[in-house]
Design a protein around this ligand. Structure first.
Ligand SMILES: NC(=O)C1=CN([C@@H]2O[C@H](COP(=O)(O)OP(=O)(O)OC[C@H]3O[C@@H](n4cnc5c(N)ncnc54)[C@H](O)[C@@H]3O)[C@@H](O)[C@H]2O)[C@@H](O)CC1
Ligand SMILES: Nc1ncnc2c1ncn2[C@@H]1O[C@H](COP(=O)(O)OP(=O)(O)O)[C@@H](O)[C@H]1O
Ligand SMILES: [K+]
Length: 504
């Protein structure tokens, strides 16, 4: 899915209006009708108070008021006084049945809101041009202080769709944000979660061809985008078909990271896996991941030597590695010698951050998987906000010609071309130690599979990791989920993405 800017969203609305030969009022009716249905599916008998601004977001609110009223709900409409109103606002103001209570708000004397009411925020949408002030700001504070559930239409009022805003800007804190057709970048950023709440998208048949041809550098990745991209396993496949991966992981006290990454790699379909661990990890790994071959380092507690790389189709390094100087030497040597795809995680990334000269050795197309803190260490500069972090992230992948993952609720992948792909799967149950190690093993298996491009391997891996976490959570609940549960569901998650034989 494309992630459009506010300006592109307006253009897509216009293109749809022209292509379908409909009016903007028709499109508003379609969008607001869909939102009304969404509300009707969830409302019990609560009174609904709808706050409408002067533009088309307010117009949506008026259409919703009409539909809810016709469906028998008690609706109250509150209008924010303005000097000018959009034509679709005015048209729908006229269509509002006379028996729907509708009043202009006097912000000096805001009415008390009844307990148990549901609020609909239709003040401002993507037409917001600046931070809210004066009456609009007062109204936002009033809505937020009511502590009632708020459903925001299209976007919480006051929130910019695709740009940061000054601290303390007034923004409606919605319980739900219900938007149209495509997600907005603002929804995907942790700093906006306090306002966006849980977001939903409603399809309104915007012009697909127009959207497809828009130049975008941010995508939201769902199953439809990936389904069939994972090649099926041919009848006469053998171990060699799927590659032999080498994993360098674990140190004393962190052999579990090597175990989790190894098990994930195996469950993701790798042909052969060799895991290099320090001597302390030998028995543990052989017992808990017997399918992996164990290559024991001469040192007891840390990995100190790089094995011969010739047999391997891809190499992963980092989970539980520790940041010992000798392990740093191994990392340096790996970056110098490797001619196959690399996956770098955890302490390998921390070592890159503290020994910045080795960053220059990163082979092109290397896959790095930092979480935000590791990313900060990697580039050595804190981000001002989530938007700034995304631009640092995009720039890093472009400058280093690598694929970089930024882990989180909507894990992002940056490509060497500077395109960002946001993953749609996963759940807060995965915020548990070892989830990242599982991702590293999974990605390593896909990078060892020569049939996959670097981009497809990364996108499929991120999606399958989150999907496996979602399937696991169905069984364990979110709190009960541990990283090993994700491993158990990697197989089913990948199966969903596998190309059917004959493409049927
Ligand atoms: N035909 C369309 O274009 C469709 C638009 N839709 C809705 O229309 C919305 C966009 O509508 P508009 O472009 O009219 O914009 P909005 O309704 O978001 O806001 C525009 C109005 O707010 C004022 N305004 C902007 N920033 C302000 C600020 N900081 N303080 C005070 N006033 C401010 C503008 O002067 C203008 O009057 C979408 O978010 C969506 O809800 C949907 O109905 C789908 C179809
Ligand atoms: N709230 C969340 N929603 C979805 N996925 C999450 C969430 N929290 C964490 N994850 C996923 O779990 C993994 C955690 O990785 P990481 O921070 O490296 O953990 P660890 O170092 O303990 O293995 C990442 O892939 C991340 O995307
Ligand atoms: K809104």
């Amino acid at each position: 899915m494309h992630i459009l800017t506010a300006a592109q969203t307006r253009a897509a609305d216009q293109a749809t209006i022209q292509a379908e030969r409909i009016t903007s009022t028709d499109l508003m009716e379609r969008a607001a009708m869909a939102l009304s249905e969404w509300l009707l599916d969830r409302l019990a008998r609560q009174a609904v108070h709808i706050f409408c601004g002067p533009g088309n977001n307010g117009g949506d609110g008026l259409v919703i008021a009409r539909h809810l009223h016709h469906a028998g709900h008690a609706v109250h409409v509150w209008l924010l006084p303005a000097n000018a109103y959009s034509s679709d606002f005015t048209a729908n103001r006229q269509r509002l049945p006379a028996d729907v209570p509708c009043a202009e708000l006097d912000v000096q004397r805001l009415p008390p809101l009844p307990a148990g009411a549901v609020l609909v925020d239709a003040l401002f949408g993507t037409g917001l041009t600046r931070v809210l002030t004066d009456d609009a700001a007062t109204l936002v504070h009033y809505i937020n202080q009511a502590h009632l559930p708020v459903v925001a239409v299209d976007i919480p009022s006051g929130l910019f769709a695709d740009a940061p805003q000054p601290a303390d800007s007034p923004v409606v804190a919605a319980r739900f944000t219900v938007s149209f057709e495509l997600p907005k970048l603002a929804f995907l950023l942790p700093q906006n979660a306090q306002w966006v709440g849980e977001w939903h998208l409603l399809p309104i048949s915007l012009d697909k061809k127009f959207i497809h041809n828009l130049p975008v550098d941010n995508y939201f990745v769902e199953a439809a985008f990936l389904r069939g991209r994972l090649p099926y396993r041919g009848k006469f496949s053998h171990k060699g078909t799927f590659g032999h991966a080498l994993l360098l992981a674990g140190s004393k006290g962190k052999i579990g990271a090597a175990v989790l990454a190894s098990r994930a790699c195996l469950h993701a379909g790798v042909g052969l896996l060799t895991t290099r661990v320090p001597a302390v990890g030998y028995d543990i790994l052989q017992t808990s991941a017997p399918e992996a071959m164990t290559l024991v380092d001469p040192a007891q507690d840390h990995i100190t030597e790089l094995p011969d790389l010739k047999p391997y189709a891809a190499v992963g390094i980092g989970p539980g590695l520790g940041q010992d100087d000798v392990s740093c030497k191994v990392l340096r040597q790996l970056l110098q010698e490797a001619t196959v795809p690399l996956v770098l995680d955890a302490d390998a990334l921390n070592l890159l951050g503290t020994h910045r000269d080795i960053l220059d050795l990163l082979p092109p197309d290397t896959l790095l998987t930092p979480h935000p803190k590791e990313f900060e260490r990697l580039i050595g500069e804190p981000a001002r906000d989530d938007y700034h972090r995304l631009e640092q992230f995009r720039g890093f992948a472009q400058q280093r010609r690598c694929y970089c993952v930024l882990k989180g609720a909507y894990t992002a992948l940056a490509t060497p071309e500077g395109v960002l792909y946001f993953n749609s799967t996963g759940n807060p149950g995965m915020a548990t130690g070892g989830s990242g190690d599982v991702l590293t093993g999974l990605l390593l298996a896909l990078r060892a599979d020569k049939r996959l491009s670097a981009l497809d391997a990364a996108l499929l891996g991120l999606y399958a990791h989150g999907r496996a976490g979602d399937l696991a959570a169905l069984e364990t609940g979110q709190a009960g989920l541990v990283a090993g549960d994700i491993v158990r569901f990697i197989g089913p998650a990948l199966h969903e993405l596998t190309a059917p034989v004959l493409g049927l």
